[in-house]
Design a protein around this ligand. Structure first.
Ligand code: MN3
Length: 200
């Protein structure tokens, strides 16, 4: 079975009033993410060791193997983007009580959590991702990764929420202003309901 783009839970124009316009979704989901999926399918077709594996299994099988860097990059970007679409919502920004309590426990305050996330997202030099993860010790942590890397690949923990900070994620809406994109994303788009549901 070939990999396919995940179905979005919202239309391409649904986030427009919140600062992510239809053109961004058309390009980011319809072009960028599709390109990773198409490339990944091409690698799987030619490599029997990858066949029959989930995208998670492929990422973990090829992580750290320089001979499979292109497979890792495309599988990683498929997985990262699939999580990013789930991390966005037209009703985003509101933090459910259960997650808020855990954020206060582990970061001190919601403002401190947002500041730490924004720092990670804006100090990721070049392309990459900022993540809210549940560490193996059960603590909420903020991590950043470069390019197609992820907590799934590097073992930082269970990814609860991610923000794409590749330029293609924000250039249409915010031009070069990554800090404004991240602040707006945290306040108006981030799907904290999804993150809370994953806390278990
Ligand atoms: Mn992207």
């Amino acid at each position: 079975m070939a990999f396919v783009l995940p179905t979005l839970a919202y239309s391409h124009s649904a986030l427009a009033e919140r600062g992510m316009c239809q053109e961004t979704l058309d390009l980011h989901y319809g072009k960028h993410h599709q390109t990773y999926v198409t490339a990944l399918n091409g690698f799987v077709e030619k490599d029997a060791t990858l066949q029959g594996k989930s995208v998670e299994e492929i990422i973990q099988a090829v992580a750290g193997n320089p001979d499979k860097a292109s497979v890792f990059n495309n599988a990683g970007q498929h997985w990262n983007h699939s999580l990013f679409w789930l991390s966005c919502s037209p009703t985003g920004g509101a933090i459910p009580g259960k997650l808020e309590k855990k954020i206060i426990e582990d970061f001190g305050a919601v403002a401190d959590f947002k500041a730490a996330f924004k720092t990670a997202a804006t100090t990721q030099f070049g392309s990459g991702w900022a993540w809210l993860v549940l560490s193996p010790k059960g603590k909420l942590k903020i991590v950043k990764t470069a390019n197609a890397d992820s907590p799934l690949a590097n073992g930082a923990g269970k990814a609860l929420l991610t923000c794409d900070v590749w330029e293609h994620a924000y250039y249409v809406d915010f031009r070069n202003r990554r800090p404004d994109f991240v602040s707006n994303w945290l306040d108006n788009i981030a799907n904290y309901e999804f993150a809370a549901a994953q806390l278990g």
